[in-house]
Design a protein around this ligand. Sequence first.
Ligand SMILES: Cc1ncc(COP(=O)(O)O)c(C=O)c1O
Length: 378
Amino acid sequence: MDDTLLLIPGPTNLSERVRDAMAGPQLPHVGSEFYSMFKETVGLARYVFKNEKGEQFVFTGSGTIGMESSVVSLVSRGDRTLTLINGYFGRRMLMLNQVHGAKADKLEFTGGKAADPDALRRRLRKTKYSTVFITHVDTSSSVLNPVHELVDECAKAGTMAVVDSVCSIGGVPLDFDRLGADVVFTASQKALAGAPGAVLLAVSKRAMERMEKRKSPIESYYMNLLKWKPVMDDPKMYLATPATQVLLALREALLEVKEEGIENRWERHRKLGELTRGAVEEWGQRFVAEEGHRADTVTSFWVEDGKAGPIQKTLESEHHVMVSRGIYDDKDRMIRVGHFGILQPEVLGRALGSMGDVMQELGMSARPVAVAKRRKQR
Ligand SMILES: Cc1ncc(COP(=O)(O)O)c(C=O)c1O
């Protein structure tokens, strides 16, 4: 496992600096060392979200905690909400709205289609929603949604917008202040290249006000953003014991993002996306996501039914590269390649070359020679 290159859509490979950051003696969550580390981490989170206007939250829990804390904090029982769906994580968001008692509607885009701003506009004209939930990149389909246009439609209709950016922040351009969404959240283990277990949320003042003025209390303790706010303002405040190692890793990972520069990181991810899409095209495989809406962080493509397992297994055992298969029903016929975090184009190029070899060995229409040639040109 030691030298396996992770090309799964999270968690991703950790830099040595990040690993070292987790390896020291136990850092207690009380004491000046933790307080200053935590404040620094929240400041760095503001940097990666480009969030100067809103509130910034960082606490431990997986990305699903980000999804659920947005729902439970913003939505009251009986509120009408709309979730845009183009994959597994959109469906999960819908489920969370249902679990928390919303009158939860959906607008579903199938067959790898991105969410259509015109369809959203039509729906928002017909029905008044309190909140619209959008997935920036659905990791199951790798569809990249036109998040600016979608959030603009919400703003025109006077509806709050929540954006799940778990598979985008750090790898796909996003500027919280300019976007104008009410909540944008991500998790530590994808393009930010931290260890799994931290969630980061940017929240508008308007959304904070809605939480404060709710008629019914927020039906959660740990996922109640109003309870986390005092901790963000003053890390000496206690709500729950944080996973300090996870936060140490996150601080280091965010420092690395800042040292690279967020715009440079987006550009590197653009190259990673382009390289992967180029390889898939050369292999003659079919993308899951429609053209123009393919993410730079993850690429999903269809393979002959039954071949996804052998591709994954052979690539790992012979080349020490791990990719993912599709989720549930798609597990035998879809491959998902995660290309984010600290990954460099040369490393990805070599791994894609190996993948082409494996597909050819397995009798698929892969053309690895062209990929290998392109690899040498870089
Ligand atoms: C788009 C998206 N949203 C939410 C989640 C849930 O995050 P976690 O698995 O960390 O709970 C994931 C996980 O892969 C994701 O890709």
